[in-house]
Design a protein around this ligand. Structure first.
Ligand code: AMP
Length: 197
């Protein structure tokens, strides 16, 4: 026999947008299901967090972008994506928010005057760039990437964005690798992660 409260629950489910999970915990589970662990990639000893399954799943991708859009609606007037997987997330977020997208790219890819930031890797250094005229003065942005590992990339990106005249409201990533303590590197900054591994 049908439970008395079954009908209202079904109605609630039917009126809820399919791409919007109920809350942070549901979103966490969704991300854990759609981010694949690839051992020893790109080098031995690294456990690579592959977001390709998430990108390939329309409702899952929409849920993630929807959750981020809900968080940043009215709070930012630009979205910065870090090359390359950050681009894939930042562009749809910018569209959802009705604001612009700015790429932070690996050195040598952007035309015209640029600002360059360098940061240390385990071996050697890496450089990233942003165009000098990318932002309006004081523009409020969220800096977005897929994974926060040691935090070096995000820290360098934030410094670059600020040197270009914008204001970093928050750093957002889908997944934070807690054991690498990237958050400490970003001390003093607001960091938002959808799931921690
Ligand atoms: P980090 O500067 O150490 O925080 O590294 C972050 C950048 O490297 C991000 O752009 C990530 O896409 C990438 N990255 C670092 N470690 C991983 C990992 N284990 N799985 C996937 N991407 C990673």
């Amino acid at each position: 026999m049908e439970q008395p409260d079954a009908v209202p629950e079904v109605r609630r489910a039917a009126t809820r947008p399919a791409h919007r999970p109920d809350g942070a915990e549901e979103l966490e589970q969704l991300l854990l299901r759609h981010i694949r662990d690839v051992p020893d990639f790109p080098t031995p000893g690294v456990l690579f967090k592959d977001i390709a399954p998430l990108l390939a799943d329309g409702p899952a991708l929409a849920a993630v972008i929807g959750a981020l859009a809900e968080r940043y609606a009215g709070r930012v007037d630009g979205v910065v994506g870090i090359e390359a997987r950050g681009f894939v997330l930042a562009a749809p977020l910018a569209v959802a928010l009705g604001v612009g997208f700015v790429p932070v790219r690996k050195a040598g890819k952007l035309p015209g005057p640029t600002l360059v930031g360098s940061y240390a890797l385990e071996y050697g250094t890496a450089s990233i760039e942003v165009q000098t005229d990318a932002f309006a003065p004081g523009q409020r942005v969220v800096v977005l990437d897929d994974v926060l590992a040691t935090g070096g990339t995000a820290e360098a990106a934030c410094e670059l964005v600020e040197r270009a005249g914008a204001q970093v409201m928050e750093v957002a990533v889908l997944m934070e690798l807690g054991f690498l303590a990237g958050r400490q590197r970003l001390a003093g900054r607001s960091v938002h992660t959808l799931v921690t591994a």
